[in-house]
Design a protein around this ligand. Structure first.
Ligand code: PEP
Ligand code: MG
Length: 293
């Protein structure tokens, strides 16, 4: 089995009838890049930048972040590296953020909601990202989006960040691709409008399932009810895909469901452009794609 998978390195992710799809990998730390390359992933579809914040006992500096993003971009040597901005809160708590205890953390102050209100934290990360983008194929992705207004706010902050870097004479890349996570039902329902604003979508099926089924993803007592194959979840993914394509944008999946080999054929039928999975699933997924008609 292992030897068989080894033989798939360097091969295309293509079905028997010639449909192609990108297979990227998810990482949570710089040290995972080795596994991404070893398993021959086409890029990084989700770099969870939270580790930078979780590992530290205070806010990571711009220089610390810049060094990490630059290193990942350089190691990936021109392959796409999608870095997701801070997704702290809910299941990912950090003491020094001083966040209030909430009754419903999954529905609370988290991710882009923190970034858009504590903009100094967001701007530090964006500065590091725009600077690091000089050294490879970095693209930026925003979590937990629910409205077009949020995208406008993000773009206004990006414009400020660029103006400041320019005024300081610090080199940065002007045209970084921007994408959003589709992980709330709201983002699915307005996906046609969102697609006009961004370069791509990536479906976060872990949260999308949680919010669509109204089932806490962390509560193992509910496992028998948590059904990621639920037709409502699949219909959401299809709707987002159709709307992305209607606006000429690409769409992938970076949640766990992307690695579910029982659904690979369905995802190909929906015309998904990319699946991003843990590094160890890249070759098994390639094998499955190559078996599909
Ligand atoms: C998701 O929600 O599916 C996702 C990819 O993000 P995370 O698991 O980090 O919330
Ligand atoms: Mg998520």
């Amino acid at each position: 089995q292992k030897a068989l998978l080894e033989q798939l390195k360097g091969k295309e992710n293509v079905t028997k009838s010639g449909q192609k799809i990108n297979v990227y990998a998810n990482i949570g730390n710089v040290s995972d890049v080795g596994a991404v390359l070893k398993n021959d992933a086409g890029g990084i579809g989700l770099f969870r930048s939270e580790f930078l914040y979780l590992e530290n006992d205070t806010f990571p500096t711009e220089e610390q972040q810049f060094a990490v993003y630059k290193q990942v971009a350089e190691n990936m040597a021109g392959k796409k590296v999608i870095i997701r901005t801070l997704d702290i809160g809910a299941d990912k708590q950090v003491d020094y953020f001083g966040l209030d205890k909430e009754d419903n953390p999954a529905l609370g102050y988290r991710a882009i909601r923190i970034c858009l209100t504590r903009t100094e934290i967001f701007k530090t990360q964006l500065r590091a990202l725009y600077r690091a983008a000089m050294f490879g194929n970095i693209s930026i992705m925003f979590p937990m989006i629910i409205s077009v207004g949020e995208i406008h706010k993000i773009k206004a902050i990006i414009a400020e960040v660029k103006a400041e870097l320019k005024a300081e004479g610090i080199p940065y890349r002007e045209d970084v691709e921007l994408g959003v996570m589709i992980e709330t039902p709201a983002s699915v329902m307005i996906s046609r409008e969102l697609a006009k604003e961004v370069d791509y979508f990536s479906v976060g099926t872990n949260d999308l399932t949680q919010y669509t089924l109204a089932i806490d993803r962390q509560n193992s007592k509910l496992d028998e009810f948590y059904d990621p194959h639920h037709p409502a979840v699949l219909a959401m993914i299809k709707m987002a895909a159709d709307n992305a394509h209607a606006e000429g944008k690409w769409i992938g999946i970076c949640g766990e469901l992307g690695a579910d080999l029982e659904l690979t054929e369905e995802f190909l039928k929906m015309g998904l452009d990319e699946l991003s999975v843990s590094p160890s699933m890249v070759l098994p997924l390639r094998k499955r794609i190559r078996e599909c008609e």
